[in-house]
Design a protein around this ligand. Structure first.
Ligand SMILES: *[C@@H]1O[C@H](CO)[C@@H](O)[C@H](O)[C@H]1NC(C)=O
Ligand SMILES: *[C@@H]1O[C@H](CO)[C@@H](O)[C@H](O)[C@H]1NC(C)=O
Ligand SMILES: *[C@@H]1O[C@H](CO)[C@@H](O)[C@H](O)[C@H]1NC(C)=O
Length: 512
């Protein structure tokens, strides 16, 4: 044993038996010294940390932390450079963007003016809004009616620019310069320049809501694509379509104005004004910020499917008012659009917002597009089906091909029993006593579809009433569809009563 132990030249610790090692005394002294050294080292580390100026304020905290994180000896490291904190006082909070901060530029032409100005009158409020209609030549004004319209400006001559597209029109160059021309007028307190066509209607309260989300001191190019996939391929998915409306922040308009005329010279082969604008945006490196509430509406036929299943975003614009059918049956286009004005005034944030619910006892699916239409379907459809627009329209190439849209669509009514019963908005009143709106929708006068299903028939519902509290702050929150509930109706047999509002906790659109 001894021999074995002695073989170790420098035994530091030995566990072998009780016999004394000659080296043992020295070893234990060494351990004690090491221990003392460690303690002093720790103590010095602490002391140094306490007096180090960068740690003065954190002393209390770090001490506690160290005590808790014992027994690991802490190695002191060179101080980590602190990030430079901005000590400049914060800029005073800017007021929220409102309608006065927007300057509109409406693209128009003299030969269409007499007819199209009626669309502008639908949404323009001369006492609140700023902007101009840009025309190619002067038009005759009727002072008694036309004082309600925006001021008229004649675009500057663009004949020196080359235009080489075989089918388009030189006026595209004039129209693409509207933002720059508006900018050069030097108006004050402008945050956004918004372009639209003379056949575009804006829901300006919602336009303001959308623009409020963005910092107008930065570069923003906001709008939306075409509904037609092919249009987006021929033009660009990166392009804001002019008719749907284009919003450009002030500093971006400033940058554009400086370079646009040179830029236009480089794209003589393009077709329109909005693709020329996008080409310059691409040179500036500014992508499209897509907002789905701007509607180019490159479709023919009835918009019903699109307006009955609007995406969960505020309705900002409708374009191609001369192309699609009137949005309400049995009236002309202008009157049909006028009908939307009443619900728009009372609850613009909720206009066309969809909610989906079930009449469980009768096995019906109900879809509300607030302020526009109610649909009742026999049978239970899931929200993922009902939120897809039904194809009531044709694409820009006049085909009913479902592969040509840039969103999902749905075909309803192949089986007559599944055709919806449609109720159109007819009236709205605001009840101050209970702070909610009551909207009324009446059945479209069409023959009942022939259906022999043995289930409740919605045909005896002639009218739908919807109660809803207006919510101007709907879009301050993350997007979410409202919920609807069918209320028991004891009074009138032919009327369905629905309540629409924010979903309650744990409220889900489900049947069972
Ligand atoms: C819009 O905001 C400005 C502040 O930039 C304010 O002076 C003005 O009163 C506001 N206008 C409306 C209509 O709210
Ligand atoms: C509101 O309340 C007043 C007084 O209580 C009543 O006369 C009026 O009919 C109520 N209005 C509605 C729309 O219910
Ligand atoms: C409602 O209509 C059903 C079926 O037509 C009928 O049986 C019922 O008595 C009616 N109720 C009222 C309150 O009119």
């Amino acid at each position: 044993m001894i021999n074995q132990t002695q073989k170790h030249t420098q035994p530091l610790f030995t566990m072998k038996g009780n016999q004394k090692d000659p080296a043992e005394g020295w070893t234990s002294k060494k351990i004690t010294l090491c221990f003392l050294a460690l303690i002093s080292f720790l103590y010095i580390s602490y002391s140094l940390q306490f007096v180090s100026p960068s740690n003065l304020c954190r002393q209390q905290q770090s001490f506690t932390a160290h005590v808790q994180s014992q027994p690991k000896p802490k190695v002191s490291l060179p101080p980590i450079p602190q990030p430079i904190t901005d000590t400049t006082p914060e800029k005073p909070q800017e007021a929220k963007t409102n309608i006065s901060h927007i300057v509109f530029g409406i693209a128009a032409s003299a030969n269409m003016w007499g007819h199209r100005k009626n669309y502008i009158k639908l949404w323009w409020k001369a006492d609140q809004m700023r902007g101009n209609v840009w025309l190619d030549q002067p038009v005759k004004m009727e002072p008694e009616h036309d004082h309600l319209l925006p001021p008229i400006k004649i675009s500057s001559d663009t004949s020196k620019f080359e235009y080489k597209h075989p089918r388009g029109h030189q006026s595209a160059i004039r129209l693409s310069r509207i933002v720059s021309e508006n900018f050069r007028l030097g108006m004050e307190n402008v945050r956004w320049f918004v372009m639209g066509d003379d056949d575009t209607v804006f829901v300006t309260e919602n336009l303001v809501r959308v623009l409020q989300k963005y910092d107008h001191n930065q570069f923003y190019y906001i709008g939306s694509s075409s509904e037609s996939h092919l249009q987006n391929i021929y033009f660009s998915y990166n392009m804001a379509y002019g008719g749907g409306g284009i919003a450009i922040s002030y500093p971006l308009a400033k940058a554009l104005e400086k370079m646009q005329d040179r830029c236009i010279e480089r794209y003589t082969g393009l077709y329109g004004s909005d693709d020329r604008l996008q080409a310059c945006m691409a040179e500036l490196g500014v992508p499209l910020t897509r907002e789905k509430g701007f509607h180019q509406f490159d479709v023919y036929g009835s918009l019903f499917g699109l307006l009955a299943a609007h995406p969960v975003t505020p309705l900002v614009s409708l374009h191609h008012l001369d192309v699609f059918e009137p949005i309400f049956p049995n009236m002309d286009r202008v009157h049909a659009l006028q009908r939307l004005q009443a619900p728009m005034k009372i609850d613009s944030a909720g206009l066309l917002q969809q909610s989906i619910c079930y009449d469980k006892t009768r096995s019906w699916t109900v879809s509300v597009s607030w302020g526009y239409t109610i649909q009742i379907f026999r049978g239970i459809f899931s929200p993922r089906e009902i939120e897809m627009p039904s194809r009531t329209f044709l694409n820009w190439y006049k085909k009913a091909d479902y592969t040509t849209y840039e969103f999902n669509t749905h075909r309803f009514g192949r089986n007559p029993c599944q055709q919806p019963f449609v109720y159109y908005f007819s009236n709205v009143v605001y009840n101050k006593n209970v702070s909610h709106t009551a909207t009324e929708y009446v059945r479209d006068r069409v023959p009942d579809p022939e259906c022999h299903w043995k289930m409740a028939n919605p045909s005896r519902i002639k009218k739908v009433q919807v109660y809803k509290a207006p919510n101007p702050h709907l879009w301050d929150k993350s997007p979410r569809r409202n919920c609807c509930r069918i209320l028991p109706n004891t009074k009138k047999n032919g009327t369905m009563v629905i309540d629409v509002g924010a979903c309650n906790e744990d409220e889900v659109v489900e049947v069972r």
